[in-house]
Design a protein around this ligand. Structure first.
Ligand SMILES: Cc1cc2nc3c(=O)[nH]c(=O)nc-3n(C[C@H](O)[C@H](O)[C@H](O)COP(=O)(O)OP(=O)(O)OC[C@H]3O[C@@H](n4cnc5c(N)ncnc54)[C@H](O)[C@@H]3O)c2cc1C
Length: 385
């Protein structure tokens, strides 16, 4: 099958935009743990963050392969799209399951950048990966839901107007299946921040603008419930393939950046009177990382093709996320090793990208949970948890 996933004009445009945000820019943000506001603004103004929003709602109406191309190029340029990537996939929940009124109210603003939907509140400190055990509750009181509880790792909450929030509307012991009784809300954080919503930043090993949130009788209009009450877990799951595909593309971009950097340095750096890249001990890990990246990229393209054909490619999206994250991590290792001591020097950007690439072994889904998915849903082995 031939299928053009290249979106070359988009890639060229993103590369041009990223050239205005060189390593020095990302290094400064990283040092100060500062949000890359200027970069996100430039990306928004150029329309790239609205790529997946339908034209009828003010977006570019492009397929997911275009979103993947955008994110890959950002990472391939040495930047990091984690500051804003969530907008691409969280928006999909509103698009697929929101009412016409909600789409009309929110999507055009998200598309033109006047509204930011960057925050996605699912993970909680006590439940972790076991999402259905989450403890945040939403109790209906007339036209309002009252929300109480806590989230952790809610990235970009300080830099977002809206948040997609998963909370329990029916206690776990009152539903037949633990996946029932959870609901999704579109929370306008501007109305509750500093009052019933407290946001506390968490400093992390890389610059990620992540936070913990506390809800203390936080009111959310019932009109902001997405879809049907109690069906929220299904809505969140329906966005997971898109999320995994887009994150995979970021990993491929990282892998290409590490490989380019390593191959160039191995060719230029002379020790013992010859380029270090002339030694097979140096060139093989880079060549292997390239092979692994290309293989992972094929799986990513397979997931994209199936997704764009209207399928629900859980297997391919999960495999892609795992293989692409592994490929970027192998490339990161090879790149640090090739640079010797300079791999640890801030000004080379490698140690920063290395810290950033490590995240994808854990988030948005850890490798173990992908292996569990493959074992249970693809290979029909017993459920392990
Ligand atoms: C920087 C950062 C940003 C994030 N951003 C967001 C965000 O915006 N929104 C959001 O909702 N979440 C976010 N997360 C949360 C992320 O999705 C979780 O950290 C991740 O899913 C793992 O959950 P956990 O940290 O609770 O680990 P745990 O669930 O406590 O698991 C710890 C370890 O045990 C393993 N493990 C657990 N259960 C099993 C099992 N049954 N079998 C095998 N292994 C198992 C896991 O794989 C993991 O390695 C973010 C996390 C980080 C670090």
């Amino acid at each position: 099958m031939t299928y053009d996933l290249s979106h070359q004009a988009i890639r060229d445009g993103v590369q041009k935009l990223c050239a205005d945000f060189p390593g020095e820019y990302w290094r400064r943000c990283d040092r100060e743990q500062a949000y890359p506001t200027a970069f996100v603004r430039a990306l928004t103004d150029a329309g790239y963050l609205s790529a997946l929003i339908p034209e009828a709602h003010g977006g570019l109406g492009l397929p997911i392969s275009a979103g993947a191309a955008i994110l890959e190029e950002i990472h391939h340029s040495g930047g990091n799209a984690a500051a804003c990537h969530a907008q691409m996939y969280t928006m999909g929940t509103v698009l697929r399951h929101g009412s016409d009124a909600q789409k009309l109210e929110y999507l055009p603003g998200i598309a033109d950048g006047s509204l930011r939907l960057q925050a996605f509140g699912v993970t909680e400190p006590t439940s972790g990966t076991d999402t259905t055990a989450l403890r945040t509750t939403a109790r209906r009181d007339g036209d309002t839901y009252i929300i109480n509880g806590q989230k952790i790792w809610t990235s970009r909450a300080e830099h977002s107007d809206l948040m997609l929030l998963l909370a329990r509307t029916t206690p776990r012991d009152e539903v037949e299946k633990r996946t029932e009784g959870l609901s999704v809300f579109l929370v306008d954080m501007r109305k509750v921040k500093g009052a019933s919503l407290t946001i506390r930043p968490i400093r992390t090993m890389m610059n990620h603008a992540t936070t913990e949130l506390f809800f203390d009788d936080m009111p959310v209009p019932a009109a902001n419930l997405i879809g049907e009450e109690g069906k929220g877990f299904r809505y969140i799951l329906s966005g997971m393939n898109a999320e995994r595909i887009l994150i995979s593309a970021e990993c491929i971009g990282d892998a290409k950046w590490f490989i380019d950097k390593a191959a160039r340095y191995a060719t230029d750096r002379e020790v013992f009177g010859r380029p270090i890249g002339q030694n097979q001990g140096v060139q093989f890990p880079i060549a292997r990382a390239y092979a692994e990246m290309r293989a992972a990229e094929l799986m990513l393209n397979e997931a994209i093709m199936r997704f764009e054909a209207g399928g629900n490619p859980g297997e391919e999206a999960n495999l892609s996320k795992m293989l692409c994250a592994d490929a970027s991590w192998a490339a990161a290792e090879a790149c640090v090793q090739t640079h010797g001591g300079f791999g640890f020097a801030e000004e080379y950007d490698i140690e920063r990208k290395y810290r950033e690439a490590r995240l994808y072994q854990v988030a948005p889904i850890s490798t173990n949970m992908i292996l569990s998915y493959i074992a249970e849903h693809v290979l029909d082995m017993p459920r392990s948890y």
